[in-house]
Design a protein around this ligand. Structure first.
Ligand code: ATP
Length: 328
């Protein structure tokens, strides 16, 4: 049943991710297509509290489909976690005539949206935007594919040095709680070992594996380490440990850091963002609320926000096996 959506607000919240701009563009243009007004809300929930709004039409999103980051800026807002903050935000939206929200962000942003819906009956729709791919209800979050391409490109370059100098490289990639980037990019870049938060490989096994690798004739190696790998050691501690036990290895560490978040979105992320944006707006028009739009088996589907927030985006066991076989 339609709730007679007249004006939709769109915001980006939490960490930025490539593809957020393409999603903003899709939301704005789908609104225009259906003759619905649209406003951009700057700096996520903080901008909602401060009334930092801008009317957006199809021409205000020209030339952004290819840009990383988010033209609406992103922020983390402590104030929105208080009832008073959310009340201010609600009053601002009412004054501006906004009666539905599209929130592009991660599970924290979705939690905020869900609470806001619960308190004010406000229509909300989530679009998963985070490079970590750690959200239930979608095989891909916006930015994940671009981040993988960035990481693989970097590791390819590191490999040139590793093989020229017979070195072992530990490459740290993003992923405090989820190893999707490490596992996928590790396989794509041909890493010998991949250490992720979901699996405890064990230091002994890592040592054995590196010894085996050396004995089998490999003169250089790449080990991809997710920030939150399970053994609880940071990448520099791992280096020290391996150096101590395998002194024959010449070891270097490379922490890729924030470069993984930036850059022009891949074609995959641009197309995904466009599809998710269209579905988010059209679902709101149809009277749906409290869902996240996501991609499952190449179809755009809705998942209740609550499930998207609480569900686990489990690591793909098949990929783990593939990675094990590839390191033979
Ligand atoms: P990322 O995956 O990049 O960290 P995220 O959306 O999970 O993205 P968070 O910092 O967890 O990022 O959340 C973004 C914002 O969502 C917070 O700054 C806050 O404004 C809002 N938010 C998060 N949790 C809540 C909550 N329990 N109640 C109200 N608002 C919340």
């Amino acid at each position: 049943m339609s709730k007679n959506i007249k004006k939709i607000g769109v915001l980006t919240s939490g960490g930025d991710a490539p593809g957020m701009n393409a999603a903003i563009r899709a939301v704005v243009r789908t609104c225009a297509y259906h003759n619905i007004e649209c406003i951009g809300i700057y700096r996520g929930y903080q901008g909602m509290i401060e009334g930092d709004f801008k009317e957006m039409g199809p021409r205000s999103v020209n030339n952004i489909v290819n840009k990383g980051g988010t033209i609406l800026k992103s922020a983390r807002s402590k104030e929105f976690m208080t009832k008073e903050g959310r009340e201010k935000a609600y009053q601002n939206l009412v004054s501006a005539g906004v009666n539905a929200l599209v929130v592009i962000g991660g599970d924290g942003s979705f939690t905020g949206a869900e609470i806001f819906n619960e308190e004010y009956g406000f229509s909300v729709m989530g679009i998963p935007g985070t490079i970590d791919n750690d959200i239930y209800g979608t095989s891909h979050t916006l930015g994940f594919d671009t981040a993988l391409n960035t990481v693989v490109e970097c590791i390819d370059k590191i490999r040139d040095t590793a093989s020229s100098h017979n070195r072992l490289f530990f490459v740290e990639v993003m992923g405090r709680d989820a190893g999707h980037i490490a596992l996928n990019a590790g396989i794509g870049a041909g890493a010998e070992e991949i250490l992720i938060p979901e699996e405890d490989l064990g230091l002994e096994r890592l040592l054995e594996s590196l010894q085996r690798s050396k004995a089998s004739g490999k003169s250089s190696s790449i080990v991809v380490v997710a920030e939150g790998e399970k053994m609880g050691k940071n990448v520099f501690q791992l280096k020290d440990y391996i150096e101590e036990h395998l002194p024959e290895y010449d070891i270097r560490v490379s922490v890729l850091g924030h470069m993984q978040r930036g850059g022009a979105p891949s074609c995959f992320d641009r197309v995904l963002a466009s599809r998710l944006g269209v579905k988010a707006v059209e679902s709101l028009i149809e009277g749906k609320t409290n869902f996240m739009v996501g991609l499952i088996a190449d179809k755009i589907v809705l998942t209740p926000l609550e499930q998207a927030i609480k569900g686990n985006s489990d690591i793909d066991r098949e990929l783990l096996r593939v990675s094990e076989i590839m390191s033979t």
